[in-house]
Write a protein that binds this ligand. Structure first.
Ligand code: ASP
Length: 332
């Protein structure tokens, strides 16, 4: 609570100015590069990608003051990186197609935009942002997304731009092994979904998640990523979350929303993230992970998969890790 002294007609008035009472937060852009059985051979590319994305997102947040600009910059960088399962490097459906999905949410007005079954677009996350900003809707899917992209002047990219030999190898492996699409990262060729959450100095928050889905999925399969409360959520009164892992499991469990409910009930960001990832795996026998920032400005990172790359910049420190219990800090 703040007080202000005002002089009116020679008299001093003590005025309570609740509106002026604001808390200040340390801005953070936190990112993940997907939960899964990430093989040793892919650890350094993942770490390098998440560290660059966290720094880029933080730089843009500091420059523009917009959490949305920060998370979109971070996610776009990872969509451009073939080391991740989003944009370029997306995994393939059983028929060998790329069908991408993305969700963006902002916590001040609870606005959101989502896209699914997107083809030939380099940055699905930017398209999701346009759905949020430019349409009366929160979710567009299928061919309509590409029609919308064309109306917005968003250029398409050829199939070759998005396809990678690693995604093809993952599909070949999937077919040989007669797998069911429940593991996010298969052998030496797996890749990962990307996500970012951020808070600005005023406590405004946002979340962004982008994915190619899971290797060997049916054409037309929609996962957790574009679904509110599953792939992500942001509410300035609770916190912001981006999730990754087996989509059918995450959507059945409502992972993002459960983490925020824990935070609302008083748990720290780390406790809520850990308890709900573990609870989901115990209950539904599939792995996942999440990154969280609470409305108190705390960071939460947890995963029940073998690995998940994550990173965030806080002032002049870069925090990052990929193994369980690993938390490295470098000066930037
Ligand atoms: N959750 C994503 C999906 O199932 C995959 C991932 O997070 O790696 O589509």
């Amino acid at each position: 609570m703040c007080f202000m002294i005002m002089k009116i007609k020679g008299l001093n008035f003590l005025i309570l100015t609740a509106a002026m009472a604001h808390k200040s937060f340390q801005p953070i852009v936190l990112v993940h590069g997907g939960a899964g059985d990430i093989p040793d051979s892919r650890v350094s590319a993942k770490l390098d990608g998440v560290c660059r994305a966290a720094r880029k997102g933080y730089e843009i947040l500091q420059k523009t003051g917009s959490v949305l600009d920060g998370i979109v910059a971070a996610v776009e960088l990872m969509e451009d990186e073939p080391a991740f399962n989003a944009g370029k490097g997306s995994v393939l459906t059983l028929e060998g197609n790329i069908e991408m999905e993305a969700l963006i949410c902002e916590g001040k007005n609870l606005k959101s935009g989502a896209v699914t079954l997107v083809k030939n677009i380099a940055h699905p996350i930017s398209l999701a942002r346009r759905v949020m900003v430019e349409t009366p809707h929160a979710f567009l899917g299928g061919e309509a997304v590409n029609e919308f992209a064309a109306r917005m002047g968003v250029p398409t990219v050829p199939d070759d731009y998005l396809f990678t030999s690693a995604a093809q190898a993952a599909l070949d492996h999937f077919k040989q092994a007669k797998s069911i699409p429940s593991k996010m990262e298969i052998g030496e060729v797996g890749v990962g979904t990307v996500g970012s959450v951020a808070i600005d100095a005023a406590g405004h928050m946002a979340s962004a998640t982008s994915t190619g889905g899971i290797t060997g999925k049916y054409n037309g399969r929609i996962g957790d990523t574009p679904l509110l409360g599953c792939g992500g959520y942001a509410d300035d009164e609770r916190g912001t979350v981006s999730t990754t892992g087996h989509g059918e499991t995450i959507m059945r469990y409502n992972l993002a929303q459960r983490i925020l409910a824990d935070i609302a009930s008083g748990k720290s960001a780390q406790e809520g993230t850990k308890d709900q990832c573990e609870g989901m795996t115990k209950r539904l026998n599939n792995t996942g992970g999440a990154i969280t920032i609470s409305s108190r400005g705390e960071v939460g990172v947890f995963f029940t998969s073998k690995r998940m790359a994550w990173a965030y910049q806080l002032g002049d420190e870069l925090h990052y890790g990929i193994e369980h219990g690993q938390h490295l800090v470098d000066k930037v």
